[in-house]
Design a protein around this ligand. Structure first.
Ligand SMILES: N[C@@H](CCC(=O)N[C@@H](CS)C(=O)NCC(=O)O)C(=O)O
Length: 242
């Protein structure tokens, strides 16, 4: 089955957590909005699905994934689905729930990262909320980012299967997502991240381990990996990175 991923074509954003899972799994997928309009793809295809009033399970916002008859929204939900189909999560109920729990925590963290540049409203430009962004980011840098990263460090430390992966003894989609968090935070907050990383050596080692997996590495080096930029979740604004 060829999956159809629907996400904005010029940013990594929340779609990247799904792209990484599809790439690691070697899954057959089309990144719909990045395709050509001549082939019925591109942003119009994404908008068409978003505005479709006939579907009984409309997604709220991208990313969403078409898998045969299923149309699945919410990045954590998409990953839960891909995890069981592509051996990127344990089979047991407890293991599946735990991996999903970790992913929901990633989702929370992503929202707070987003709010560093959009603390007042997503509908306003960064330039219209710069002052509030600087205020918000003080506590993000001091408390929130270290707390989330420290949590994933503790999870690795306490994993009965060892500290190589977050869940058990093998890679899960949560590991891919923590890889993306580290890569993104390094881009957005290069100075602060140098300090945060000192306290989370297992998280950094996990990032390095995931980044050299053959499928992940091939993806990162391909033009399918959109470079970080100032339109996505992880934005580098030096004034926010004390
Ligand atoms: N919790 C959802 C959030 C989805 C979301 O906020 N998507 C963004 C793009 S990254 C969007 O287009 N939002 C439009 C909106 O919130 O109105 C997820 O993780 O998939």
């Amino acid at each position: 089955m060829r999956y159809e991923l629907y996400y904005w074509p010029s940013i990594q954003g929340r779609g990247e957590f799904v792209r990484l899972a599809l790439e690691e799994a070697g899954a057959d997928y089309v990144d719909v909005a990045r395709g050509s309009e001549k082939d019925g793809l591109g942003v119009p295809a994404l908008m068409k699905l978003m505005n479709d009033e006939s579907g009984a399970t409309p997604p709220y916002a991208p990313p969403f994934l078409r898998a045969g008859k299923l149309l699945i929204g919410q990045s954590a939900n998409i990953l839960m689905y891909l995890g069981s189909r592509h051996k990127l999560a344990p089979k047991s109920e407890a293991g599946r729930l735990w991996t999903h729990q970790l992913q929901l925590t990633v989702t929370d963290f992503v929202k707070e990262i987003h709010d560093t540049h959009h603390p007042i409203a997503s509908s306003l430009y960064y330039e219209e909320q710069k002052e509030a962004a600087q205020q918000y980011t003080v506590s993000f840098r001091k408390l929130r980012a270290p707390k989330y990263l420290g949590y994933f460090e503790r999870v690795l430390e306490r994993n009965p299967g060892g500290d190589k992966y977050l869940v058990g003894r093998s890679l899960s989609y949560a590991d891919l997502s923590v890889f993306q968090l580290v890569a993104g935070l390094r881009y957005a907050f290069p100075q602060a991240m140098t300090q945060w990383e000192k306290k989370v050596p297992r998280v950094v080692a996990l990032h390095d381990r995931v980044g050299v997996r053959p499928n992940v590495l091939a993806y990162l080096e391909s033009d399918r990996r959109i470079p970080f930029n100032e339109s996505g979740i992880f934005r580098h604004y030096p004034e926010l990175d004390a």
